[in-house]
Design a binder for this molecule. Structure first.
Ligand SMILES: Cc1cc2nc3c(=O)[nH]c(=O)nc-3n(C[C@H](O)[C@H](O)[C@H](O)COP(=O)(O)OP(=O)(O)OC[C@H]3O[C@@H](n4cnc5c(N)ncnc54)[C@H](O)[C@@H]3O)c2cc1C
Length: 463
């Protein structure tokens, strides 16, 4: 018989951090020790590092969407929805379900792992015309969009419009932006062979970043190697440059250049989920300020990790260093956070999170890549093998491994058919539509919702 007074552990977010935590809790706690609940808008964990390969068509979207219900051993109760506010004093998390019902979910322990959203700036037109690369829907949308530009350019009679449709701008020279530009450039390079009326020389990719270097984490030499690879492929790299404004048919760079284009891909960094802002707690550059045990000081039973939290990087000999927002840290933090939740429940001591960075792998598509695993600098095929081998082994389930490997082999042998699925045609495609950044409650709305319904209530429609 299961006790009704089991402590309630609520995990928010089913990404690297949240799923790592939930699986560990399931393994280490018996069912009558605690009730585990997971709040997540999707029924899968997304393997984000392979997202550029979905956009470029090397992988199908399903292959990097890892089911949360793969095994009967997964006993966690899953609420399909997003947390839109957390009242730390009342210990209530407010959830908007996928049918827009508002549910108050009380907890004894909460693990906040909602990840991050695309970071934007107050640049005219950016949020209306920029595409992100943070969700599966964005990657699938972007693929369709890029292919549709080739289709439209092929059909149109106006040379200026054709040229504009064949120019693409990617902002952000970190690994996400660089991989996105590199993989999509390969897509257009290969696809244009199927459009005999289009002059391949009209296709132009721009990769720009306000920083003076691409992927500074790689060090000077590998960073230069990456630039060299991309330049050889015809990608125009502009450093020390951002965009001044964006419109539906052109983008203006801060150096004054006006680029006619219908495609602005914005990958200039991430910022913690807006959920963190509803807590009214201290943050470090938007990420929740937690201690090395991933606990929120002053609030018993509140843990945060992954991209959403500024977890001190104790492996670095540097005052105030926090772990970078990477999957490498998030998945490991998930396990330690689970152990710390369990230790708190049992009155045991908590352990700090410590992990020495293993380095970076960057797959630039085809046989191109750069990587710095454990400080060893690699480029070309060895880097691609290491990058793919690392990602492949990090996929959590064997079925996902099989899907990804099959996709890679099939793509290597048969290539791509460059079809537009049209699934998302005519849907609103702004950053906020994909990343739901305007779904969160204000402090007043949160108070009202928690006071009105207390713990465990539901309501229909917006709070
Ligand atoms: C294109 C790209 C390439 C990358 N490549 C690499 C790489 O090569 N190596 C590497 O280490 N890192 C890489 N990263 C970074 C890495 O993916 C992130 O650091 C990692 O996903 C963070 O894990 P997380 O669990 O904190 O967040 P996520 O994995 O983003 O998971 C957050 C989860 O929370 C859910 N969620 C969001 N809001 C809410 C809410 N309000 N309520 C409930 N659930 C919510 C989301 O749907 C998601 O499922 C890459 C990122 C991108 C975008």
């Amino acid at each position: 018989m299961i006790s009704v007074t089991r402590p309630r552990i609520l995990v928010v977010g089913a990404g690297f951090a949240g799923v790592g935590c939930v699986r560990r809790l399931e393994r280490r706690l018996s069912p009558d020790e605690a009730e585990i609940t997971l709040v997540t808008p999707s029924s899968f964990q997304l393997y984000l590092p392979l997202l550029p390969q979905v956009a470029s068509g090397v992988l199908t979207p399903q292959s990097i969407a890892l089911s949360l219900r793969r095994s009967r051993r997964y006993r966690t109760r899953i609420i399909p929805g997003g947390a839109i506010g957390v009242d730390l004093a009342a210990k209530v998390c407010v959830v908007r379900t996928i049918t827009d019902r508002i549910v108050n979910e009380p907890y004894d322990y909460i693990v906040l792992a909602p990840g991050s959203v695309t970071r934007t700036f107050d640049i005219p037109g950016l949020v209306d015309h920029g595409f992100g690369m943070k969700t599966l829907a964005e990657a699938a949308y972007l693929r369709d969009h890029v292919i549709s530009q080739l289709d439209l350019a092929d059909a149109c009679q106006d040379p200026a419009e054709r040229a504009a449709r064949l120019q693409f701008v990617v902002v952000g020279g970190g690994y996400a932006g660089t991989e996105t530009a590199a993989c999509l450039q390969i897509l257009t390079h290969n696809a244009v062979k199927r459009y005999p009326r289009l002059d391949p020389r009209l296709i132009k990719w721009h990769l720009i970043d306000i920083a003076p270097k691409l992927m500074p984490e790689l060090g000077d030499k590998l960073g230069r190697d990456a630039q060299e690879i991309l330049r050889r492929r015809g990608i125009e790299i502009s450093l020390g440059v951002s965009i001044a404004k964006a419109g539906p048919e052109e983008v203006t760079f801060t150096d004054g250049r006006v680029v006619p284009t219908h495609t602005l891909i914005w990958t200039a960094g991430v910022v913690a989920s807006p959920l963190i802002g509803t807590l009214g707690a201290e943050t470090v550059r938007g990420r929740l300020a937690v201690n090395a045990e991933m606990r929120l000081p002053g609030h018993d039973g509140v843990f945060a990790l992954g991209d959403a939290a500024a977890v001190p990087d104790v492996a670095k000999d540097e005052e105030g260093a926090v772990c970078p927002p990477t999957a490498q840290h998030a998945m490991r933090q998930g396990k330690v956070a689970a152990d710390n939740v369990i230790a708190s429940m049992r009155g045991q001591s908590l352990q700090p999170y410590e992990h020495k960075d293993l380095g970076l792998v960057v797959d630039l598509g085809g046989f191109d890549g750069v990587a710095k695993p454990l400080g060893v600098e690699l480029k070309g095929l060895p880097a691609v093998v290491v990058a793919r081998g690392y990602h492949w082994s990090a996929l959590r389930t064997n079925v996902a491994k099989a899907r990804v490997m099959t996709n890679w082999l099939l793509n290597a042998v048969a290539g791509d058919d460059f079809v537009r699925t049209g699934f998302q045609a005519r849907r609103p495609a702004k950053l906020k539509d994909f990343e739901f950044t305007n779904a969160y409650l204000t402090p007043e709305q949160l108070k009202k919702q928690v006071t009105a319904q207390g713990g465990g209530g539901t309501a229909d429609g917006p709070a």
